[in-house]
Design a protein around this ligand. Sequence first.
Ligand code: GLU
Length: 480
Amino acid sequence: MVDEKIVRVRIAPSPTGYLHVGTARTALFNYLFARGNKGDFLLRVEDTDIKRSREEMVKSIIEGLSWMNLDWEGDILYQSDYFDDYKKRGMELLEKGYAYWCYCLPEEIDDRKETIFKSGKGWIYDRRCYHLTDEERKRFEEEGRPKALRFNVPQGFTSYDDLIHGKIQRDNSQIEDFVLIKSDGSPTYNLAVVVDDYRMGITHVLRGDDHITNTPKQILLYNAFGWSFPEFGHIPLILGEDHSKLSKRHGAVSLSYYKNEGILPEAFVNYLAFLGWSPKTEEEIFSLEELIERFSLDSIQIKPAIFDIERLEWLNGAWMAKLGREEVASRLSEYLYNNGISERDKDYLIKVIEALGKRIKKFKDFLVRGYYFFSDDFSYDEEGAKKHFDKGLEEKMKKLIKQLKELANFDENGLENVIRNLAEELNCKASELIHPIRLGISGVTVGPGIFALMGILGKKRVIKRLESLVEYLKGADFEY
Ligand code: GLU
């Protein structure tokens, strides 16, 4: 436990995209750290970029965090509610001499940048407007030139002890006079984040390594405001399997995708925890409560984490086993319902889960591999039909239907007897009946054992589907 200090952390997503796996992982680490230290976990929506922020994304953030069961304290803070305040804070820095107006037009900066690049040097803003004379400034104001407020970075060094990386020091001469208020009046990320972390009483800022270069800038701002700064910890980035930063190129990176695929939130949370953290043992399955107990910042790794979908699916399977059939059946029922299928018979669902067994890695697989368990509305696999449907089949199926109607015990044994006896009677191999039956009642050529499958689907459904098959065969053209 972090001693004495009250822990207050936050997750601060920008609603310019759907909740990203990386943000979800950062949220989880903050949540675990807060809960493990009896602290607060807060949510702030960083929607200062009005043009790119979308209500739909805010919804996706809220839904995603709720799905993972990461509950936050109090109201959500929306940065768009505080525009006037950021401006006021900017003006405060201007008055104290920590900031100045910059009238440089983007194209002017581009020209100067190019000259610097040509000379083989790197560009940081050349402080031209810091050196303006009063007269020049007056002229720009009269011209109505757009202006941005820049921070006047002092000379010296900025250092802090990163909770994960240890001591970090930067030479301020490498930090450009960054913008605080843009020419459209909106605040930049660095200004808003400092003002709000202070406003919200944040004690620890845990965020992705991609923000590590922002931290010295933010510390300089805290100093300018005369505020003490929180502790900072930067967690390793998540990379794709090719070791480049995880992005859409690697497949789905939004949380909603995994939810829609039917990954259990427990498995997802368990998986995310391992993206940068390790229990330092061989244990692999952790509930949120167990993670709270075990999580600590000193077991966060420095090296980047690799996103591995197979491991996520493996963990999902392990969680399905851990939750047990009853619970999985009721979650499956809910998942199916959200996908337009109403199936509330729990016993039936349990049988389906057992029958598909290891073929299932996530709930979506029930739709992909076992759609026929929930709907009569399927077509026959084309290749399979070519292979297994022929002219003589109609009569065979009619006989089968007749016998099935008379079968009292519609179970695995009873069904096996009927089909094997019928094969004998028709003087054909049992497989010559089994393949077309499977195709007829499921539309596909692979699946659970046929007698078990028929038993699970039940008499009514099997007969109805075989009758549809007979209808189909009547109209089929067996030229092939
Ligand atoms: N809105 C920033 C992001 O999504 C927050 C970074 C921070 O935690 O300071 O990356």
